[in-house]
Design a protein around this ligand. Structure first.
Ligand code: 8VR
Length: 469
């Protein structure tokens, strides 16, 4: 069986991780331009000043994507490249750059799939409270509307936010991402609510503009499973899914927050500062979402936590999702299991959990259109006789595509797969040592691009529409 004709085979990137040109052509400072330069925050002080220079090499990169037969390229727009201070004058050079990227994609028949916010907020707004400041909501609405006005004639697939749980939890609980605040649970939940309000307003605005494309949001999809049949551990898994999935997916797809979490927040005094109007726009825009984007890498294996709750001062490595951490509220902890497979960064490799998780989503949210907006293997790719022989990545992606093929056969409404990542790029905290791409970037030879084994493999998969998977 082949993947359906309307299924998109894609690959993804993010502005801060690929573009570089951090201070060129009128771009304003982003929170990551500043945060990444604080000593100790990133591996060996790596940052996105140059990244892999996609800003200057996008034509070469998109040509390679076309050679791979890529049907769609998911990339993000840098807000401070469009509106340097986040809320004022539009930077026409920034508009020009993304028009060029979009037009280059269309030249090859590659569908542009655009993320409006992939973590790089204008520094001016971050300094004013970022997502904890409600003024950021309308600044984001203005930025999104500008993008719809300037690119919406050719871009018909929009993602508002990438992985809200990551930039909010690492920003306000772990302190590993901007603004680097540790253990502020009230600010964490406030930031998530303001993001959901911004999302709802932008969806509403997009529909009013009648551009007849589609819009949604991308969330982390990391379903939690108990390590055994003990009641306390099953309760831990339920709690983890309420905080990690329901809190994020319910307001988007059901238009309301999950009662289980609200009850606890009320008891602890963490209910966000919200207005009836905000709750109404979240409710009224829910039905206008066209899809949900899932970033699946791994499940969570959880047990009830009986240890002393340590503040969530994650260090750089464990802030990148490896198991072995206590939840910020101390309720559960994630664990490694002897019978599971893991990446070099300790992330579990489990297509089986992907399949089980997708079934959970369908039961909870029905037939909402799904794109897998990220999935891939972070690895230190083997180089043999000058060739990048990334067989583990081929195996990883093949196993997960097989799950999707079966899920679609079982009637799930899954319309695309975006491998993370199209090209090796800067990992926010891990520098360049953690590779995800089909295209290798040689940091010892002027960022020269080189096709990996997986480039040729994915090309064949796309040609055959996955028939041999
Ligand atoms: C933490 C980490 C990683 O480096 O492995 O998770 C997977 C992937 O998620 C993406 O949304 C991030 O933009 C990208 O940088 C990656 O980030």
């Amino acid at each position: 069986m082949r993947f359906p004709h309307d299924f998109l085979f894609g690959a993804a990137s993010a502005a801060y991780q690929v573009e570089g040109a951090w201070n060129e052509d009128g771009k304003g400072l982003s929170n990551w331009d500043v945060f990444s330069k604080i000593p100790g925050k990133t591996f060996e002080g790596t940052n996105g000043d140059v990244a892999v220079d996609h800003y200057h090499r996008y034509k070469e990169d998109i040509k390679l994507m076309a050679e791979m037969g890529l049907e769609s390229y998911r990339f993000s727009i840098s807000w401070p490249r469009i509106i340097p201070d986040g809320k004022g004058v539009i930077n026409e050079k920034g508009i020009e750059f993304y028009n060029n990227v979009i037009n280059e994609c269309l030249k090859y028949g590659i569908v542009p799939f655009v993320t409006l916010y992939h973590w790089d907020m204008p520094q001016v707004l971050e300094e004013q409270g970022g997502w904890t400041n409600k003024a950021t909501i309308d600044a984001f609405l203005k930025y999104a509307t500008t993008c719809f006005e300037r690119f919406g004639d050719r871009v018909k697939h929009w993602i508002t936010f990438n992985e809200t749980i990551v930039f909010c939890s690492l920003g306000y609980l772990a302190g590993a991402h901007p603004p680097g605040i540790k253990n502020d649970i009230k600010k964490y939940f406030q930031a998530t609510h303001n993001v959901f309000t911004a999302h709802a307003k932008v969806v509403d605005q997009y529909k009013k503009m009648k551009q007849y494309g589609e819009i949604g949001i991308t969330h982390v999809f990391s379903p939690a499973f108990s390590v055994d049949d003990k009641e306390e551990n099953k309760i831990a898994a339920y709690h983890a899914n309420q905080y990690g999935i329901a809190w994020y997916y319910d307001p988007i797809l059901k238009g309301k927050y999950p009662e289980y979490v609200l009850k606890i927040l009320k008891e602890k005094g963490y209910i966000p500062d919200w207005t009836e109007e905000e709750l109404k726009i979240i409710e009224s825009s829910a039905s206008k979402n066209d899809f949900i984007g899932l970033n699946y890498y791994q499940p969570q294996r959880v047990v009830i936590n009986k240890d002393q709750v340590n503040p969530t001062y994650k260090n750089r490595e464990d802030a990148t999702g490896a198991p072995g951490n206590i939840s910020f509220d101390g309720f559960y902890k994630t664990v490694k299991m002897d019978d599971k497979r893991y990446t070099k960064w300790g992330w579990e490799i489990s297509p089986e959990a992907f399949k089980d998780g997708l079934k959970m989503l369908k039961q909870e949210y029905g037939d909402i259109k799904i794109y897998i907006t990220e999935n891939g293997l972070g690895d230190e790719d083997p180089i043999i006789d000058g060739e990048i022989v990334d067989v583990p990545r081929i195996k990883y992606i093949e196993e997960h595509l097989k799950v999707l093929k079966d899920a679609i056969s079982d009637g799930m409404n899954i319309k695309g797969y975006y491998a993370w990542s199209a090209i090796d790029l800067l990992s926010w905290l891990n520098g360049f040592k953690k590779q995800y791409g089909f295209i290798y970037v040689d940091h010892n030879d002027n960022l020269k691009r080189k096709k990996k084994l997986s480039f040729y493999w994915y090309k064949k998969v796309i040609e055959e529409r996955g028939e041999s998977i």
